[in-house]
Design a protein around this ligand. Structure first.
Ligand code: GLU
Length: 290
């Protein structure tokens, strides 16, 4: 019987895959295979100014070279803006989202005036200025009305997690001033639309989970389970990323790339004859905890 498991790898095409993003791709593929489930690829190009032309197809070529093939045609978020807009309107109609007129500078000034300039990963914690109306100012962005209290979930690797989103993040953006829908909204909508039951991604994204759980709840969507995989660290202990110049994955030796990615995931499996052979052994070695 086919498993109900549906997993996905959701790269942002801001550059080719590097050693760090391959770990996330491999972890999600192995978890899907070990559960006898389906594995999907979603190109997260909703933030179009950050995308690099051609990076989407390059990523798909790199995945294919490593033997990581999706079970369904890949989906592009940029084709789905109408769906994100409908979700936003559902939230607005339910009184759960509101327009915001604040610029970054307005937010900084409001926080300074309140004597609590707080940031989280470089983002200002929104003080709620426009929660009760725009006071005649022109709307720029749309935000979720975050309920007070702690959001908790159990990560399959990290264990029990919790975040007080209202206090630590504030009412977060669903649609930006430049008219683009935010990552949080697009991911929550797409994970549900694609029937994703298990999210497996890099630990750098764990911090987004509480926001996505809140959005799922507000939109009446199911909650997938979450596993945040270890990150590949650079020489200085920093997370390897396209932003800090991580080298693109070398297509000439995909087997060596898989072996290295497997090691980050705690899988010590010799290269063997082929990517298919290695992936088979890695699937059998993967601890398919649910
Ligand atoms: N597109 C996000 C990234 O590349 C990943 C989103 C996710 O897996 O939820 O960082």
């Amino acid at each position: 019987m086919a498993s109900a498991y549906r997993g996905r790898f959701a790269p942002s095409p801001t550059g080719p895959l590097h050693a760090g993003s391959l770990v996330a791709a491999l972890a999600s593929w192995l978890d899907a295979r070990a559960h006898g489930g389906s594995w999907l690829v979603r190109i997260e190009d909703v933030d179009s100014p950050r995308c690099v032309p051609g990076a989407d197809h390059e990523i798909l070529r790199q995945l294919a070279a490593c033997g990581l093939l999706a079970d369904e045609p890949p989906q592009w978020q940029s084709h789905r803006r109408a769906v994100y807009q409908a979700a936003l309107e559902q939230l607005v109609d339910a009184g759960l989202a509101y327009p915001c007129a604040c610029s970054r500078q307005d937010i900084t000034l409001a926080l300074q005036a309140a004597g609590r300039e707080r940031t989280r990963h470089g983002q200002l914690v929104y003080p709620g200025t426009c929660r009760d109306g725009l006071q005649g100012r022109a709307p720029r962005a749309w935000r979720l009305r975050v309920p007070p209290g702690t959001v908790g979930w159990t990560d399959r690797r990290l264990g029990p997690q919790s975040q007080d989103v209202a206090r630590e993040v504030g009412d977060f953006v669903l649609k930006r001033g430049d008219g683009l829908h935010a990552y949080q909204l697009a991911v929550a909508v797409d994970d549900a639309a694609q029937g994703i039951t298990h999210v497996v991604r890099g630990a750098d994204l764990a911090d987004n989970t509480a926001r996505q759980l809140l959005l799922q709840r507000a939109l009446g969507l199911p909650h997938p389970s979450y596993l945040h995989a270890p990150l590949v660290l650079g020489a200085g202990g920093e997370k390897l990323s396209k932003q800090n110049g991580a080298a693109a994955l070398e297509l000439a030796d995909p087997l060596a790339a898989l072996v290295a990615a497997g090691q980050t995931l705690g899988l010590v499996i010799a290269a063997g004859n082929s990517t298919a052979d290695w992936l088979g052994k890695a699937t059998r070695a993967w601890p398919a905890r649910t």
